[in-house]
Write a new protein. Structure first.
Length: 342
């Protein structure tokens, strides 16, 4: 499979400080009214003093649909428990487990077991990236709609999103097929608009704009941000990722009343051998340009600087490094940013 990606112009490199200043100039110096959050998979994120300085109240996690009935993923269990202990609300988006999709009955049992294990979690997205090419869900929006109806009927106090779609050009059509199967036409959606954010094409050509035209309900950007490195598709460039992060907010401004949440992925970069890096902090824990954009939007720039100074003046922690591993779903997205995949 080949992926064809337009060349992305890099931000001129005159040092990280100038890159931060240049990118922040693209962002209005006002505190963001919509909900801003970080999608992450690591339990230690919530005890990081830099994270705590931002006073974030929301996060998002990919969770296997049968985590409460199958073999538990100890890393995800630890992350969910840590987020709740920190008072952070978790948006759970379901992902595959094993080689086949669950039946509606299997999904119902697993969902009820999850609700019993984590009753404090009440925000769910129906499925993670079901329109991704080559997945079992790509041509089965009716089955995914059954999962949606299960959650809507079994937890009346829960917030249930439709699936979180990848911003492929086919996303609006997939969404309309899902709505017909679900029997609803004012559904809250999740959207992963990495392509729109990182390709810098005209806003009018974005899938974000097309989705706003295609569906009537709210749209949460549940996984997005500037990509620092993506295998051979995007070379390492923190400045470019900062510009893409600023563009996320430009895309959200297409409809401030409907795009009410933004979840940037993810907190801390993995080690360099991993394929995907969109971390707000480097592997060593240093803030990148994208981090300062988020801090500015939150009105927490000074608080973050104080936390960073306090951390850097303290003795280094003892014990093994537990920096998050690469998101296991990301290697399947080699054509995420591509114009064409064959």
């Amino acid at each position: 499979m080949k992926c064809y990606l337009p060349r992305v112009s890099a931000v001129p490199k005159r040092g990280v400080l100038l890159a931060v200043v240049w990118v922040l100039a693209l962002v209005p110096a006002t505190v963001e009214a919509r909900v801003l959050a970080i999608a992450d998979q690591n339990a230690r994120t919530f005890t990081d003093p830099i994270w705590q300085s931002l006073e974030l109240e929301h996060t998002r996690a990919n969770v296997a649909w049968d985590i409460a009935t199958g073999v538990p993923d100890t890393r995800t269990v630890a992350m969910l428990d840590a987020a709740q202990a920190a008072g952070v609300d978790v948006l759970v988006t379901w992902t595959p487990s094993g080689a086949r999709l669950p039946t509606a009955a299997e999904f119902t049992r697993a969902f009820l077991a999850f609700r019993q294990r984590w009753p404090g979690i009440r925000e769910f997205a129906t499925w993670n990236e079901p329109n991704l090419r080559g997945t079992q869900t790509n041509n089965r929006p009716s089955l995914v709609a059954r999962y949606y109806r299960v959650m809507k009927s079994r937890c009346l106090r829960c917030t249930v999103l439709a699936p979180e779609l990848v911003d492929f050009p086919s996303a609006p059509m997939w969404a309309r097929r899902f709505e017909r199967a679900a029997g609803r036409h004012h559904i809250a959606w999740g959207l992963h608009n990495y392509r729109d954010a990182n390709r810098f094409h005209p806003l009018s050509e974005s899938v974000t704009a097309a989705m706003l035209r295609a569906v009537k309900g709210p749209i949460w950007l549940t996984e997005t941000g500037g990509i620092v490195r993506f295998g051979e598709v995007l070379a390492f460039d923190e400045s470019r990722a900062g510009s893409a992060t600023a563009r996320v907010f430009t895309l959200a401004a297409l409809s401030p009343k409907r795009i009410t949440r933004i979840y940037l992925y993810h907190w801390r970069a993995p080690s360099r051998e991993f394929l995907w890096d969109s971390g707000l902090l480097s592997h060593g824990g240093q803030p990148r340009p994208a981090f300062w954009i988020l801090a500015e939007r939150l009105g927490k720039t000074q608080a973050a600087k104080r936390a960073l100074a306090a951390r850097d003046s303290a003795p280094p922690p003892r014990g093994p490094d537990d920096t998050p591993a690469d998101n296991p779903d990301k290697p399947s997205l080699l054509c995420l940013l591509a114009l064409d995949c064959r």
